[in-house]
Design a protein around this ligand. Structure first.
Ligand SMILES: [Zn+2]
Length: 222
């Protein structure tokens, strides 16, 4: 199993790609191309990111990206025919260290929007960590009006919050894309974006960060 190491001063994490994969050369460049975005993450979040596996399919032929917390990793056992990841590799790289796992199907990895798939799953691994929820208790899906979440129409608050996080880290031009939804509230694009970023700002994951972090990533307090 090939490992691509993307390093930072205080954290490093790994992309795992099955050997014998013809796309390995460009995969390497792709993994490294994400570095500027990972560098926008606080170190306290970076160290929580699960190892990322680029795979033919997720367990049980899954075709979307997936983030599995540690107690769900066992779903990958016996799935080598789908994932290309043997039980021995899973044991060594994930189960034994007690980590979760991020799976990115090759079809998603090769798509133009691959960066958003990866950042979405990365955001889940931060959100899953104890004391690192991305949003405060009591948050409702409606607090994220204007944010598209997946699967479409979901009321899952985490799915909304991880999208906002991914767009902050990924330097999306707009955070809110459902124009009709925020216009119904009488908001401009800028006001809607500030509102949803404000929800994350109050989340436990950001509690100990200095306000300069927000300024650095382009979201100074108003
Ligand atoms: Zn998700």
């Amino acid at each position: 199993m090939a490992r691509i190491r993307v390093c930072f001063p205080h954290a490093a994490f790994y992309f795992y790609i099955r050997e014998g994969n013809k796309l390995q050369e460009c995969d390497t460049d792709k993994a490294r191309s994400l570095r500027p975005f990972f560098q926008r993450m606080p170190f306290s979040h970076l160290r929580l990111v699960y190892p990322i596996f680029v795979v033919p399919y997720l367990p049980r032929h899954g075709t979307t990206g997936g983030c599995y917390r540690p107690n769900r990793v066992r779903r990958w056992l016996g799935q080598e025919h789908e994932t290309g990841v043997s039980d021995a590799d899973l044991e060594r790289f994930v189960l034994e260290p007690g980590s979760g796992i991020i799976g990115i199907p090759k079809r998603k990895w090769e798509a133009t929007g691959f960066k958003w798939t990866v950042l979405h799953e990365v955001a889940h691994s931060v959100d899953y960590a104890r004391n690192y929820r991305l949003y405060p208790a009591g948050t409702r899906a409606a607090d994220f009006d204007g944010v598209t979440a997946f699967p479409e129409g979901t009321n899952n608050v985490s799915e909304h919050a991880v999208e906002v996080y991914a767009r902050i880290i990924g330097q999306a031009p707009n955070i809110c894309r459902e124009t009709a939804e925020f216009q119904r509230r009488g908001e401009s694009q800028a006001a809607a974006d500030q509102r949803v970023v404000g929800v994350l700002r109050r989340g436990p994951a950001f509690r100990s960060l200095p306000s300069s972090w927000w300024t650095d990533v382009g979201w100074p307090a108003r």
